[in-house]
Design a protein around this ligand. Structure first.
Ligand code: COA
Length: 531
């Protein structure tokens, strides 16, 4: 496999201005990530520490193997959303425990007592899905006041799914471990209740369906918290606790010990010596357009991500707006589909063919998404662009090899679907800070609405109020602009997090490694293709 030959000029004005803008965006991201670690704020953190407890991030650190990575999922979920804390009251991600990749889910007890908010529920659901799709054992570090009561209408009914999923994972032989550190009520009680292994920390864990005030209200019984749901009671009498831990560290030690006896069933390729890319990842900041309306050469990105910058390009002269080809990443075989312009009929058909090839050979897919959509216009409709686009969407929808999507620029229209956007369930989806996402650009969208309104007025024979129309157009443009922002997207779990472009290779490697906990089996079964 030959290396890509880079032609990037790091002295060009375009490179320098992209570099400056992307670096500023990465620094702003870092500041947000630091802020996201402050839990419910100083007052609640102090109180938590004064009770002699570890914070959720400290618990995770103590649980992980020494030197393990922690690929945090959706650290900025909830950002900018009313009634939500950044991180949505949950810290979650993938890391190594006793040498095994696990999904770790820790309640942030300093945020509303660890209660699950609307976005917190979405995040829990995403973490659970990652566990199921990649067959990762889950370790929940529990301290949760159950549902966020004032918003119960938004979470109560869909919230049941979380408990169902724990036992469905169990049926699939994907074990779950709960370590209970504090007060866990109602929904918080069913987390351990549904888990395969439960550890409770002595004199700290208190698990009940309803706390003493509720019991008094419901039945008149007066009972203290320890007798009602303390770790000792659950270990000796109710049987809900399988292991009694002396303290928090002992609880984490027991969890690590449990992982050592879990069996492994995967076809993960053994460690293969891998070459670093020939070109520095730092140059990605100068290559990626900070203004996503400006196209950039995606082979330059591939050259800074894959082993030895080696890329076996498939159909390089056909359907050139989609670059497809084979490579390795930390020794994992991958098939890459990367946008290099608007999607055309040929590029869509080529993408579908390439996905078939990867499925035939059990090769995971990596999508590098930077797409304004499919080409529009009379000539393209006549040649059947919808039909050809549907082939690619069919292939993406039915493909069964692991897929990982990185948003390296814009994501608009059906291009989002055809390039394995969130709804197409890639195993992981991360965004670069320059990413923007919407059905179409703000100017185009407000322009379309303007034309529709003018036509409606003309049909009704009503004169157009230019002033009103202009202000409506501006307001809509500004709304869509805000909603296209990468932080708007990450707040709502449209991605698994915003990453520094320079860390793309590492993030992909961890994601691929996690994905291989389940055999990478391709399919040769597809929906009906329109030819
Ligand atoms: N939903 C929304 N907010 C909640 C909450 C819940 N389930 N549980 C606690 N909070 C809020 C509190 O109102 C408080 O907010 P404030 O500081 O703005 O007043 C904050 O979280 C911290 O709660 P606090 O009671 O001071 O913390 P604590 O650490 O001393 O106690 C609990 C934690 C979990 C023991 C206690 O808050 C509690 O019993 N909560 C209710 C649990 C429950 O019955 N859940 C049933 C859900 S179905």
């Amino acid at each position: 496999m030959r290396p890509i030959k880079s032609v990037v000029n790091s002295q060009s004005e375009t490179f320098k201005s992209n570099y400056a803008a992307n670096l500023a965006a990465v620094e702003a991201l870092r500041a947000e990530l630091v802020r996201s670690t402050s839990g419910g704020g100083e007052q609640y953190v102090k109180r938590h520490l004064a009770r002699g407890k570890l914070l959720p991030r400290e618990r995770i650190e103590m649980l992980l193997d020494e030197g393990s990575y922690f690929l945090e999922i959706a650290p900025l979920a909830g950002i900018g959303i009313e009634n939500e804390f950044v991180g949505a009251g949950v810290v979650g991600g993938i890391g190594l425990v006793s040498g095994r990749e696990c999904i770790i889910i820790a309640n942030e007890a300093t945020v509303k007592g660890g209660a699950v908010s609307e976005i917190g529920q979405l995040k829990n659901r995403r973490l659970s899905d990652i566990g199921t799709q990649n067959a990762l054992p889950s370790i929940s570090l529990v301290e949760s006041a159950g549902a966020d009561l004032p918003v119960q209408a938004k979470i109560f009914v869909p919230g049941g799914r979380g408990f169902r999923e724990i036992t469905r994972r169990s049926k699939l032989r994907i074990p779950s471990i709960s370590v209970v550190f504090g007060n866990s009520t109602a929904g918080g009680a069913y987390l351990p209740g549904m888990s395969d292994y439960v550890i409770m920390v002595k004199n700290q864990a208190q698990v009940f369906l309803g706390g003493p005030p509720l019991v008094k209200m419901a039945t008149g019984e007066i009972v203290d918290e320890e007798s009602l749901g303390g770790a000792l009671m659950h270990s000796r009498k109710s049987g809900l606790s399988d292991y009694l831990a002396d303290d928090e560290l002992d609880g984490l030690r027991i969890a690590r010990e449990i992982v050592t006896h879990l069996s492994v069933d995967s076809d993960k390729p053994g460690p293969v010596p891998s070459e670093e890319p020939l070109y520095p990842a730092d140059e990605l900041l100068g290559i990626a357009s900070a203004d996503i309306r400006v196209p950039f050469e995606v082979r330059e990105v591939i050259a800074r991500i894959v082993d030895g910058s080696r890329f076996e390009e498939f159909k390089s002269r056909y359907g050139t707006t989609l670059v497809t080809g084979f490579a390795q990443l930390y020794g994992f075989p991958i098939g890459i589909l990367a946008n290099n312009g608007v999607l055309m009929s040929e590029s869509a058909g080529k993408g579908a063919q390439f996905i078939h090839l990867c499925n035939q050979q059990n090769i995971p897919l990596v999508f590098l998404q930077n797409i304004t959509g499919f080409m529009v216009g009379r000539a393209y409709e006549e040649e059947g662009i919808i039909r050809h686009g549907a082939k690619l969407i069919n292939a993406v929808s039915n493909s069964t090899v692991p897929a990982i999507t990185i948003m390296i620029g814009g994501s608009y229209g059906a291009g989002n679907y055809a390039m394995c956007g969130r709804a197409y369930e890639p195993r992981f989806l991360f965004s670069w800070p320059n990413h923007r996402i919407a059905v179409m650009g703000p100017q185009q969208l407000s322009g379309v609405m303007d034309i529709i309104k003018r036509e409606a007025a003309s049909k009704a024979g009503i004169p157009v109020d230019e002033e009103k129309l202009t202000s409506a157009r501006k307001a809509l443009e500004s709304q869509i602009d805000q909603e296209s922002d990468v932080y708007f997207a990450t707040a709502r779990l449209w991605d698994d997090g915003i990453i520094d472009p320079r860390e793309t290779r590492t993030v992909l490697a961890i994601s691929l490694s996690a994905a291989y906990n389940r055999p990478a089996e391709g399919t040769m079964e597809w929906g009906v293709f329109r030819h």
